[in-house]
Design a protein around this ligand. Sequence first.
Ligand SMILES: Nc1ncnc2c1ncn2[C@@H]1O[C@H](COP(=O)(O)OP(=O)(O)O)[C@@H](O)[C@H]1O
Ligand SMILES: O=P(O)(O)OC[C@H](O)CO
Length: 514
Amino acid sequence: MTDAHTAGPFIAAIDQGTTSSRCIVFDRDGRIVSVDQKEHEQIFPKPGWVEHNANEIWTNVQEVVAGAIQKAGITRDDIKAIGITNQRETTVLWDKNTGEPVHNALVWQDTRTDSLCKELGRNVGQDRFRRETGLPLASYFSGPKARWLLDNVEGLRERAEAGDILFGTMDTWVIWNLTGGVNGGKHVTDVTNASRTMLMNLHTMEWDDKIAESIGVPLGILPEIRSSAEVYGEVTGGKLGDLLGGIPVASALGDQQAALFGQTCFSEGETKSTYGTGTFMVMNTGDKIINSYAGLLTTVGYKIGDQPTVFALEGSIAVTGSLVQWMRDQMGLVSTAAEIETLALSVEDNGGAYFVPAFSGLFAPHWRSDARGVIAGLTRYVTKAHLARAVLEATAWQTREIADAMVKDSGDELVALKVDGGMTSNNLLMQTLSDVLDAPVVRPMVAETTCLGAAYAAGLAVGFWSSTDELRANWRRAAEWTPHMDAETRDREYKNWLKAVERTMGWIDDDDEH
Ligand SMILES: Nc1ncnc2c1ncn2[C@@H]1O[C@H](COP(=O)(O)OP(=O)(O)O)[C@@H](O)[C@H]1O
Ligand SMILES: O=P(O)(O)OC[C@H](O)CO
């Protein structure tokens, strides 16, 4: 409920994430007024395949928005705008006449387009995709996922060519439904989400017809590319029409870009890292499109209205928090995620064990789909407590590899790292991170930076906040960790980590199923 400290008006933000959808209502100081959240089903039809039911997601989004509004005890008149942030790359195609998805959405972690990407590499060449889109050819991105659907859902390509099919990432799906669906829903995406499709040219910020043709995706199904902070339309659709009709839908940002925005990394060189299921480190590179030679992604940071585009470098790590989940759910090593810290603290070090969780191959900076997970350095001395250490260290060393790549690509030293996400409640991990990076690690008061970023962008679009300077003033430090590890230990441990990484590679042959 609202109180004297959180007097309206407010901005609501929807975070349509990989495991759940949530809605958070924020006040003018960027403080949380209410939260509602709902998980959706993870569908694994085959090893390496991951799907979501887009209808279930839309139902959940409507419920959490209604839930957050109700918990805040506010009405439509108190809300000035709604912002959207979302899991990126996850791809859905639907019939624009019925609003029905033609297939489950293919999730960013899904590896079914590996062989298609290899074929594109052979026929078109890796370099061309990197040069034009900023991305390496990998099953992670949306374009190949759309091609897979067009090739594998019977009759779909013909329907697409007849103009009956729409493509979207989750921002597009949610906005289209929020703004009316079959009754005139807006078919739009923002530049940050578009930059993850492998179909947008980073230099023109438009769909690249040649790239789209080489991947096999017709331009006619793609949404209009808009900025990250502007009014796309008004809420009219679904159950929310009655509750929130007329409220402007005023921002869209991929979740990692939203976290960059919510952490107020508005200056060139400022960097944040989000520790959830996976980990994503993003550096603001200002107006520079930095081509990565060290295995990072070149991507869009954000674009506010008609202001110039801000670019970014990103290091994406597929498995970090999900390794802790796996240790809890599949291995039974701990019964809660938080227990991993207690177990790890019961020993001094990793006992010589290194755990490289290459469960979906290795993302940045290696981009090796043939890698699989390895625990290296095992002896009879190693206990489950040492493994708990190795699990946490895996997140820290993977971050170090990304940080090194960022220094190589940008030429800027890492001065400090702003962190957020569920894993940052683990103090041992945060200390280890500072130790291996040899840099301070800082966490803000509002840990929900993803939703906050979407709220900030929506608030700027409708004049609720006046400038990014005003937003910066809201950022307050909650905790800081500084490095204590000596250089000799750090170098020795890093060398061992890199040796373990080497051992994951080349496990999968071309004819292997998973
Ligand atoms: N105390 C902890 N120590 C280590 N990992 C944790 C801890 N608490 C949560 N996690 C991990 O953090 C992840 C959840 O973080 P969250 O930011 O909610 O993720 P997402 O937004 O990707 O769903 C889970 O994978 C969980 O295993
Ligand atoms: O929903 P999250 O937090 O797991 O983030 C997923 C990323 O956007 C994938 O690129």
